[in-house]
Design a protein around this ligand. Sequence first.
Ligand code: ATP
Length: 373
Amino acid sequence: MATVEMRGVTKVFPGGVKAVNNVSLTIRDREFMVLVGPSGCGKTTTLRMVAGLEDISEGVLSIDGRVVNNVAPKDRDIAMVFQNYALYPHMNVYKNMAFSLQLRRRELGLTRQQIDQRVREAAAILGLTDFLQRKPKALSGGQRQRVAVGRAIVRNPKAFLFDEPLSNLDAKLRVETRAEIKKLHLRLNTTTLYVTHDQEEAMTLGDRIVVMKDGVIQQCASPLEVYERPANRFVAGFVGTPPMNFFTGTMVDRQYFSFGQQRLRLTERLLRRVPAQPGAPLVLGVRPEAMSLQPEGRFAGPHNALHGAAEVIEPLGDRVDIYFSTEQHPHLICRTEAGYAREVRPATPITVYLALEQCHLFATDPAGENLSL
Ligand code: ATP
């Protein structure tokens, strides 16, 4: 068990690409931390620096209180599971899992019996006991992934590092294996840093998640906190499916936000930190689930109606996603109760009610700070 700590960690590749920029982050003992962000944001580079596979250009990395900037990967006592699980094809499952321990048996001070015990225990945890004699080619993708995890478990490391471990699996298997990884963490409680570009995976797995963009941490918080209180417009748009809708407009007086012909009366909470002067440009962020065709309950209120035209209707069972547009905003999504959407047809006018108490106001500059927190 261990705490992994990064202080001002930066990576500049030869040629000048700054892949990771001044990252400070503490992964607490036993915590499951997920690094998430779009392709190229620096997730893998961060993970590889923790693993020791990439030099750190600036900053300090410590594991369990020991600075490891110049410690070789094999001496960091952490285990990494890769996206392409790279099993040895000529070895059976048992051998694949035992190999790294056998190779360093004397150095690690392990007996053959201890290695055997660790492999069998890991196999039992991962449901691989019946497959120990099989070669990787005779396993399914999910089983291979479990062997890769098994190889990490037998090392009994201080921390696990996962680099997109599920991306080679089909959708159903991905969800199943995701649940297995979560169960595994509940059982072993090993400090974990997990990289993915999939925000849903991040939300379901992480005790906390770190959202990155262009090598910089945008927010680090619990999944719910990130969803309900996104620090900026990028995080708000990245986390949540379907994504948050954004309306660019201006304040017309101290309460009303307007775009085109439409006006919405914002709540006190939203306006707490908003520039007071009329004409101030702002971006209103509304999650699809904070919109409804039903003007009641949390969707009741004065001046919270939006007029648009329905385009595509996607039934989801008890809910319906309605893709719609207004004069100024062509790509909007409302997730509403199915009962209220029965009459909606493509290319017909609709009125959508906003739960304004759950909306956000963002600055229009590139940082796009959430002004309603
Ligand atoms: P993905 O999800 O696509 O793997 P990522 O968030 O993991 O993306 P990184 O692989 O960490 O991103 O890359 C971050 C940036 O660093 C990218 O702009 C990438 O092109 C650049 N980069 C990565 N490795 C190298 C390298 N060896 N030399 C130069 N630039 C690199």
